[in-house]
Design a protein around this ligand. Structure first.
Ligand code: PMV
Length: 332
């Protein structure tokens, strides 16, 4: 009997502490700056890929997704094509994929969704690719997907070309007991996809200044992460999120990712801190979802407070997690 060319993988979303915003090369997704992130334990994608000689074309299925864009299907087929090229085969594949969170709302669905397909396709064909090589392959599908390959706390080193732009682990998941308490405020997909946002970054007159300041910021955040200095870390985190959104707001056309609920949460987080009630800091990717970072000892209190804010749809507590990995249970 022919060997079954099938594998299932799980890959986390990640939250950026220092953001990737603006590409040096859109084709190969080389970023303009290094970025730093954490893999999230409770927001993830699952994916089963099977290559099969019976198939005439690639079949892509999303479980429990109302809207699937043609562009999303095409991006997955491109991943399959890259992996087929590496393996030197032409077999078509069936892909079934599932996120446990709403996509395109400011949780990195392209990070988890495209890193998981990349790994599952490689494993289905028995390709032993891992580490930096796997991160580079995932980067070609989605920039932030490169950061969902290593475990824990991660730095994507921008590099200068195709072969030296990849993510590496800077600290393992157990290094620091912090939590990302995610407040989902809408289930609607955002209007401006991040690909478009990246391409507009250069139209902001502040982008040059931002890019010049990034190396010092990366150095500073790594230092406080190493020392586990939560207050110093939080100050950098919030300022950085606001800086990325300042680029969005001052791009032409301007992009405003926040909703009124996003802003209400930002204000509350600062008020709780000012009053000495709870120390947490917000960060926001390209969408209205707010990621509130606290120490794990405070996570339940924070989650309860976030749930009480009118307009919060769902709250998900995340710890630093493993990166993309193979699992046993297939989706079909
Ligand atoms: O991979 P993309 O194109 O979805 O980039 C999104 C970038 C941000 O999430 C806004 C920031 C980051 O570094 O994750």
């Amino acid at each position: 009997m022919a060997k079954l060319l099938k594998a299932t993988c799980k890959s986390p979303a990640n939250i950026a502490f220092i953001k990737y915003w603006g590409k040096a090369d859109p084709q190969t997704r080389i970023p303009q700056n290094n970025s730093i992130s954490m893999c999230l334990s409770n927001l993830y994608s699952l994916c089963t890929v099977e290559f099969n000689s019976q198939l005439r074309k690639d079949e892509i299925q999303f479980i429990k997704e109302k809207t699937v864009l043609t562009e999303e299907i095409e991006r997955i087929i491109k991943v399959l094509d890259r992996v087929r090229d590496l393996a030197g085969i032409k077999l078509k594949a069936k892909v079934v994929t599932q996120n446990n969170f709403p996509k395109a709302t400011g949780i990195a669905s392209s990070a988890s969704g495209l890193s998981v397909v990349t790994l599952a396709a490689c494993r289905a064909l028995g390709l032993p690719i891992k580490g930096k090589e796997l991160s580079k392959l995932a980067r070609l599908a989605s920039g932030t997907a490169s950061r969902s390959i290593p475990s824990g706390f991660v730095e994507w080193q921008k590099g200068t070309n195709e072969s030296n732009s990849y993510a590496i682990q800077i600290f393992p998941p157990e290094h620091w007991q912090i939590a990302d308490v995610v407040a989902i405020v809408t289930y609607k997909m955002k209007k401006v996809p991040s690909t478009q946002g990246h391409s507009l970054a250069h139209t902001s007159s502040f982008q040059k200044t931002r890019i010049t300041g990034i190396p010092a910021k990366i150095k500073a955040i790594k230092k406080v992460m190493k020392a586990k200095d939560f207050a110093a870390f939080g100050r950098i985190l919030e300022k950085e999120a606001l800086e990325m959104h300042a680029i969005c707001l001052t791009s032409t056309p301007s992009i405003l990712y926040w909703s009124p609920v996003t802003m209400a949460i930002m204000r509350q987080v600062q008020t709780w801190r000012d009053k000495g009630e709870l120390e947490s800091y917000f960060t926001i990717d390209a969408g209205p979802t707010v990621h509130v970072i606290c120490q794990q000892k405070d996570e339940q209190k924070l989650a309860a407070k976030l749930r009480k804010i009118s307009g919060t749809e769902r709250v998900v507590i995340n710890h630093p997690s493993l990166g993309a990995r193979q699992i046993d249970q297939h989706l079909f």
